[in-house]
Write a protein that binds this ligand. Sequence first.
Ligand SMILES: Nc1nc2c(ncn2[C@@H]2O[C@H](COP(=O)(O)OP(=O)(O)OP(=O)(O)O)[C@@H](O)[C@H]2O)c(=O)[nH]1
Ligand SMILES: [Zn+2]
Length: 334
Amino acid sequence: MRRYGKNPDEDDVRVRPNRKGNRPRTTIRPKHEDAAEGFVLTVDRGRLHVLIEDRTVVAMKARELGRKSAVVGDRVAVVGDLSGAKDTLARIVRVEERSSVLRRTADDDDPYERVVVANADQLAIVTALADPEPRPRLIDRCLVAAFDAGLEPLLVLTKSDLAPAEKLMESYGSFGIRYVVTSREELTEGDAADRVREKLEGRITAFVGHSGVGKTTLVNALVERQRATGHVNAVTGRGRHTTTSALALPLPTGSGWVIDTPGVRSFGLNHIDPSRVIHAFPDLEPGTEGCPRACSHDEPDCALDAWVTDGHADPQRLYSLRRLLSTRERREGD
Ligand SMILES: Nc1nc2c(ncn2[C@@H]2O[C@H](COP(=O)(O)OP(=O)(O)OP(=O)(O)O)[C@@H](O)[C@H]2O)c(=O)[nH]1
Ligand SMILES: [Zn+2]
């Protein structure tokens, strides 16, 4: 059995976003008839915090799961003490099929490729318009990761009090990516939180962003009311720097989840498959039929050049695709 990453049961589920994806599935195999359905909120030192109905239950993996991991966003079957009372520990006996997986490539600190978030259908890429300066290559790399995982990207451009969004957005025009512009002031006193929430409604959205871009400010504004009162308190008590896990937070409307991920220093892309990225370019995809096997789509024999010269798609789109695919090679500063 493989240890991490490309399990067949993960790869064959690369599908379009599931908009109603925030409800656990109901089928429970007879073996664990008494199992409850849960949703993994966070993982803290091997302990999984699982939402079951309206309680947070702390659980560990049952031995029968073997090396299969459960991550934030997973729907799981749980047995044992489900009261959620202090010092109880339930057991996760099954991880349900995932509709998507957002992965992180192995890096110097950690030799394994890992699934970071399961079942998300949207990736919010949080970028400051200034302080720190936007890093287009990092944005591009996040886009590639989103397209590869089958998540719809959403750009959240913060700190609009410091710089305008227009210049940055120019280079994303041909991707047709949705975006929202926010500032701290608009988040606390204006309508920015509502404008962002509108795009999150009914969906599971993973938030990524480089340190300092204002992701915490943003997430707090989005989920504020819940954090103050709800059952999630038990899990938000985590130390900010002590955990590497993502954390799922419900939207106040009760429909949709924000999954805050720890600062992405670099989005490794070793595991990316160009053919999956091309799914996000339906105007170009049919043109790849004439490509050589395992075409990188940036080589002399690539059929896409003819596809655009024959007028099947806008050359700008091919340029954009190639720009994205080229970010797979790591460069200084990525
Ligand atoms: N000018 C300005 N500053 C902001 C805005 N939003 C956040 N900040 C500031 O930017 C800094 C970083 O904000 P955080 O919300 O902590 O950013 P983060 O992305 O969570 O960063 P880490 O905590 O390093 O992961 C803080 O000093 C914020 O007060 C904004 O809209 N405008
Ligand atoms: Zn090609």
